[in-house]
Design a protein around this ligand. Structure first.
Ligand code: DGL
Length: 259
């Protein structure tokens, strides 16, 4: 069991930003990743459809004996992780926008959150925001169109949309911008061209990796052997885009298969 892979899924290449942090922290762990790019963006779909796709991804990973599943998608986590936890016995790690972290650290009392429509409309997100926002003003913006651009691989094309989405946050004097979608960390260098350097960009990748380590330890399923890790990436889109992102995150020892 301990040598079994960690399963990870997302609506496409976005969750690779999480894969990178997990692999950095847990280099011994083998992984199986599903990039469900054909069905991206999840963020525009109704909750029922997001749950149906999340179940499909989960069953594929379970069929490959994954010992734990990371839902590397804010939209799937905030809409479907409760159902997954109810239906399946293995541990699930989710990713949510880092509202708490931003709300604790803001000095201006204003934070921005960029996420998908599905995440911002979810009950889980609303409950977390209510719990941690206190007096902090949150400027929430739906990143319509950004996931499609990232999936196309032409990251610079996101600049006009990002200007449109981030300028109102800058005008409101936010000092923290939360990237509430696992695709968005791939836009960090474009975002840095737009926002002043004093604004902190926050994503949840490291926190998810740390949580994955903690849960593996708690369940006694951490791979503590020295065997070298192998990685399998499934995609239902073109392999070359996935390959481009795998190069960006310096993945090694992997194979790609069509879904
Ligand atoms: N990467 C996803 C997220 O973290 C989903 C994006 C989408 O497919 O809309 O929300």
């Amino acid at each position: 069991m301990n040598k079994n892979p960690i399963g990870i899924f997302d609506s496409g290449v976005g969750g690779l930003s999480i894969w990178k942090d997990i692999n950095q922290l847990l280099p011994n762990e083998s992984t199986i990743y599903i990039a469900d790019s054909n069905n991206a963006p999840y963020g525009e779909k109704p909750k029922e459809k997001i749950t149906e796709l999340s179940i499909k991804n989960t069953e594929l990973l379970l069929a490959q004996n994954c010992k734990l599943i990371v839902v590397a998608c804010n939209t799937a986590t905030t809409n479907s992780i409760d159902t997954l936890r109810k239906n399946y016995a293995i541990p699930f790690i989710g990713i949510e926008p880092a509202t708490k972290h931003a709300a604790i650290n803001t000095k201006t009392g204003k934070i921005g959150i960029l996420a998908t429509k599905g995440t911002l409309a979810s009950e889980l997100f609303l409950n977390t925001s209510e719990k941690y926002r206190g007096d902090v003003e949150i400027i929430e913006t739906i990143g319509t169109g950004l996931v499609a651009i990232i999936e196309s691989g032409n990251l610079d094309n996101a600049e006009p949309l990002l200007r449109e989405y981030l300028q109102p946050m800058i005008d409101k004097n936010v000092d923290n911008v939360v990237l509430g979608c696992s695709h968005y960390p791939f836009l960090t260098s474009v975002i840095k061209r737009i926002i002043p350097t004093e604004i902190t960009i926050i994503d949840s990748g490291e926190a998810v990796a740390k949580q994955t380590e903690n849960i593996l330890k708690d369940f006694n399923i951490l791979n503590s052997t020295e065997s070298s890790a192998e990685h399998l990436f499934y995609t239902n889109a073109q392999h070359d885009i996935l390959e481009m992102f795998l190069k960006k995150i310096r993945a090694a020892n992997y194979t790609i298969q069509s879904l």
